[in-house]
Design a binder for this molecule. Sequence first.
Ligand code: ADP
Ligand code: ASP
Ligand code: MG
Length: 823
Amino acid sequence: MRILKFGGTSVGSESAIRQVLKLITEKQKEDRIQVVVSAFGGVTNTLEEMVSDASAGRDEYRKQLKKVEQRHVDMVRTLIGVQGQSSVLTELKVLFNELEDVLHGVSLTHELTGRTHDFVLGFGERLSAFVLSAALQEQGIDAEYVDARSIIKTNADFGNARVLTTETTQNIREYFENRDTVGVVTGFIASTETGETTTLGRGGSDYTASLIGAALDADAIEIWTDVEGIMTADPRKVERHLPIQKLSYEEAMELSHFGAEVIYPPTVYPAMSASIPIYIKNTFKPESPGTVINREPADISTNVKGISSIDEVTLITLKGSGMIGVSGFAARIFSVLADAGVNIIMITQASSEHTVCFAVMPRQAPQAIQSLKTNFSFELKEGMIDEIKEESNCSIVAAVGEGMKHTPGISGRLFRALGRNGINVRAIAQGSSERNISVVVKKKDLSKTLNTIHDAFFLSKIKSVNLFLVGVGLIGNKVLELFEKQAELLFKEHNIAFNLCGIANSRYYKIEQKGMPFTGWPERLEEDGKPMDLQTFLDEAGELNLPNSLFIDCTASSEVADFYPEVMRANFSVVTANKKANSGTLHHYQALQELALKHNVMYLYETNVGAGLPVVKTLKEQVLAGDKITKIEGVLSGTLSYIFNTYDGETPFSEVVRTALEKGFTEPDPREDLNGRDVARKLLILCREAGIEVEMSDLTVENLVPESAREADSVEDFFEKLSDFDDEFKKRYDKAASNGHRLCYIASYEDGEATVSLEEIDDEHPFSGLSGSDNIIAFHTQHYRDTPLVVKGPGAGAEVTAGGILADILRISNVPAFSNEVV
Ligand code: ADP
Ligand code: ASP
Ligand code: MG
């Protein structure tokens, strides 16, 4: 014997019902079966609306009623041949007249009792079971409509009635004992001992099936629905959900208790008591294995099996020193709440006993608060309880799995993932069974919480990193080009999926949750981008609620740099090639570092100095390893490196600069390179990274642009003026050469002095062999005392800079080769 339960979605449309008919026809050939059915999809909700409209005196219910009636009549007409139709339609008419009378009565009296409410809601199942049984008979199957009210008996808690198990079990056995028919039983409804209609709670048809299965000692209870079994998370909320093949009864109970509506929580219990497996199957894909729930020991290889959520709860906290060490305090709280009919979903108590915190459904919160205040009025007056606090708009998320037992590190992993994504946890509970960890978060964080935990446990093999890139100039474009080239390989070899979810230049932005191609920018922005505004861009990016969100700054804009604090507060990690933020005031630099720490985000800017060369990283690691930096020296400008590596005293200096411009080595106006400001910014950043507290004004910078050329109106005019100084540069060159030295524009820090200037260096100097446009940085430290630690190589250009940005992104994304973290 098998019990087949078909949910609302399986009987929601003509094609769905045909599929159900086909399944039943096949199954009843193989085995004895009984069928339980829900109302047609959406009908129970419509009945709720109708009865509430009627009780409020709103006439809309009539129109709704007509629609529901029409839907059932249409179904009969398509499923049943002409001869059979009229008797079925007559029976339907009787039911609808009865329903109309009740609703009319409600609308006249404006009174809605729980009794009437349940009576109205029960029509959905009475109608659907009746239509389905007639359709089966039409197919030649010996089917019989069974009204569960005659066999399932409950108390009179309308809306959520409790089953009287002994009597019900006996009734079920007696009823089905000597019958060969295929019963089509109304799910969800039952009756009191005096015969009044009750309901088993929304979603209760699953429970009906389990009760019947347990009473008849069936071989299986099959729940047929619209998903291929129970998933690792609600498929509507977590796009990357995966199917679960096996669950223990306990796991299924926990998942459903915490909101996985695919199975109604009380369903598990009767099946478990009778050791009957429950199968969750997809009506529309019967060949797919679905999920089996049984007693088999848990598959320990996956410690967390699934994640579920209750979207809206209210958190109530009692705080006060009067609770410390007073035995029976918690018991009193719970008995007060039980007397008030308040159902507690989750409880936590601080070990200091200073606070007790619990979650309830929002509609029960006022009742809970009221009864606590009344019953604890003495303690409140005497100050033993400071306050009873209510926090609404919260959600509970639970991670469930037998394998979590005795496995250390699960909660660490969970909270680490939440922390990394800036999700604030309001309360925590771990069941003593260790089968469940639940956290309460703000409702606005729900989607991110679910996705973050899901990724941390199920997709730890595949991680998605969501990129929001600002600046689509030379460097931005190179970064995108690199992604286009590398994304597939990174996915294959490192299981990281990079999604470009946001992109902007100074004029337009675009945001797309599902990700956008890496190519075709900035043209795509011009086509249909929205007008750019940093705050709007960030707000929209934040609203996507995506874990692992990265903000990448490929601009040189101060406005963008000034905005990093907002970005970090919104829990985005920042990768930047823009030097402006770190070379502003020391206060701003330090504030950014602190903010990153506070919001648990990463802030990386390797390309601020030496483009893609590992300069900042090397320095940071030395400092972390306890090394002390005694001296920093560097050629930090590719342009100036090229100019002085090329200048030989023969070709006039201004000509060398002009060639550099023509080769694209300089800024469009070479004065921006020659004035040394950019080099100074880099030195400032290096000093700060080494722990030296300096401001820009502390630096001595030699400006190589002669004073008279500084104000020149155009670049041409500037060259003209510069040529007047060709002799002067030659003199400096010759003087150096006569000592066997060469010229080098060096940034250095030593003994509290930070300078940027043109220096003479000898053959022994580590920079003497420098060529082309290479950068070089020498760190003299306590560990590197005799010869310095030197980093050398191309330190300018879009390509190497983009490479450096990508390396920072990979570091944040935890790509193993780049990661400093232990997962
Ligand atoms: P039925 O009408 O068949 O009883 P329900 O709507 O009650 O169907 O339950 C099925 C729905 O439960 C699915 O469509 C899915 O959206 C939702 N659901 C929530 N959590 C889960 C989960 N963990 N696995 C599968 N489905 C889930
Ligand atoms: N039709 C009822 C409901 O929508 C029962 C069920 O579907 O299980 O809640
Ligand atoms: Mg259901």
